[in-house]
Design a binder for this molecule. Structure first.
Ligand SMILES: [Zn+2]
Ligand SMILES: [Zn+2]
Length: 117
């Protein structure tokens, strides 16, 4: 591998909510160099820089199925429930998610919020 100036810069995945950014190598449901992996959704995928194993990859994020925002897979930014939803859409359509999901979110909120007096 040689780095030349003519090489285009890597395409960056940028999370619309938290601003996380990282170059990605593939977008889709079946990352290259993997034998039998088909992802549940189209994702931004990057090779795992810490692993020499070609089949190791990281899922950076995906697009919200409602508003098309790019969001990372962080618990604060998106939720996967049959499809990917960004947290903004989740909050807007909270009543359409099953009780189980809402309870999970409420739990998260409680544990992450610091006591404000
Ligand atoms: Zn994010
Ligand atoms: Zn959204």
């Amino acid at each position: 591998m040689s780095e030349s100036k003519t090489e285009p810069p890597p395409t960056l995945f940028i999370c619309d909510l938290c601003g996380l950014n990282s170059p990605f190598s593939y977008y889709g449901q079946k990352p290259p160099n993997t034998r039998a992996i088909v992802l549940l959704e189209e994702c931004f995928v990057a090779k795992d820089p810490f692993s020499p194993d070609k089949e190791k990859f990281l899922i950076l994020g995906s697009c919200c199925s409602l508003c098309d925002k790019c969001v990372c897979v962080g618990a604060d930014c998106s939720l996967f429930y049959t499809k990917r939803f960004c947290m903004q859409c989740v909050n807007q359509h909270l009543d359409q998610f099953p009780h189980q999901i809402r309870a999970e979110l409420a739990k998260r909120r409680q544990s992450s919020s610091t006591t404000v007096s």
